[in-house]
Design a binder for this molecule. Sequence first.
Ligand code: ADP
Ligand code: ASP
Ligand code: MG
Length: 432
Amino acid sequence: MTTVFKFGGASIKDADAIRNLTPLIEAHADRPLVVVVSAMGKTTNALEALLAAARDEGRGDDYRKRLDALGSSHQAIADALLGDEAQALKERIGNLVEALDDQHRRHRQGPFSRHYDQTVCYGELLSTTIVAEWLNRADVATDWLDARELVITDDHHQDANVDWKATSDAIRSQAGGSRNVLLTQGFIGGTAEGVSTTLGREGSDFSAAIFAHCLDAGEVVIWKDVTGLFNADPRRFGNAVQLKRLSYAETIELAWHGAKVIHPKTLGPLKQKEIPLTVRSFETPDAPPSTITSDTRFDTDLPSCILRDDQVLLEVKPKDFSFMDEPRQHDILGRLVEAGMHANLIDGGAMQLTLCLDNMAERLEPLMESLDADYTLQRQEGLTLLTVRHPSGSILERLSEGRDVLVERRNATTAQRLFRTVECPETWYIPD
Ligand code: ADP
Ligand code: ASP
Ligand code: MG
């Protein structure tokens, strides 16, 4: 049975990190193994900045500088890995950067999302080119596969929808049967016509699940810079505890509410085929991991806390003092979908709908403009949304004590408060 590994940006951020993952792959290389890799370090952020410069007529120099920096940072990693033997790989890196520039020229006048996908996909193309070359030099026989020919999607750029039948056919015909390690890109796909697409930021976890689903894999292992899934972000909460066993359903809830460790779309394709997901540390691979299956027995053992920063509260009221009835809600939520936005919390009253949204200016402004014609809008920024799953006692109240709470929402399993972001203590603690 195939195993699917996924390595994110932190696990391949530099030459040492790439060297460190070799033994992890080597240990599995005698069995069918697909390795899904995302872009190095913060490359996708760098590509987004490059694209912003590229779209701005006046910032041609900035674009060129950023493009050169992208090429030289990847070439420096090739040098650090291969020394005197890096020349051929450096040429391939140079060719990829040229191809990126070419794609930019072709798409710069067109729609932003399409331009984004044709250029930002190069982060993963660059990283996998380097990692595949390194593994082969390290005697781990590896085939490089282009995920744009395997993960077949529609042309909903930046958030493309997978065509499962076409994807399954492509993956089974190209990725079945090889004795080598198969290395491919996370996050990216392509349409049936060969146009590049992306699956949404942080989408490499989802890519691993797509490959696993299509190959009826026995297991997916996502290698992270944490030992597993915790009941709060261990970088923000001093007393976060690792959740060793969790169900797909509970993990979807945590991810959906903003636990950034796993992309929420990852769980569905795995649940459908009962493929276990293991989250482990690439830094301490022997540490006990978190395992996610259908078993729900441990889901409610501990409360989990999730913070979402940089939230906007939007209060939408009909201009004519009429009810916020279903047709109006339908209209407003339809415009939200059109703007490509997701509400992290929805609340309502007789004459208003309250939405809590991520502060993404490029999507929020067009949404505000569209709503402004028919509704009275009130907007507040600088907010934090706290979600507690399985809250016990007064945990929500204690965590938000002394804060200016604007909205609260509760049901049997989840409690949320939206409050004004204050100078947060460096470290949060989950109360007993
Ligand atoms: P990747 O390298 O795969 O992109 P990410 O950076 O997206 O990895 O995810 C790992 C990070 O997720 C950790 O460094 C951690 O700070 C953060 N994180 C947020 N919430 C949680 C949680 N509940 N459990 C574990 N890690 C979490
Ligand atoms: N490289 C992409 C991103 O940074 C996808 C991923 O890392 O999962 O969003
Ligand atoms: Mg990530």
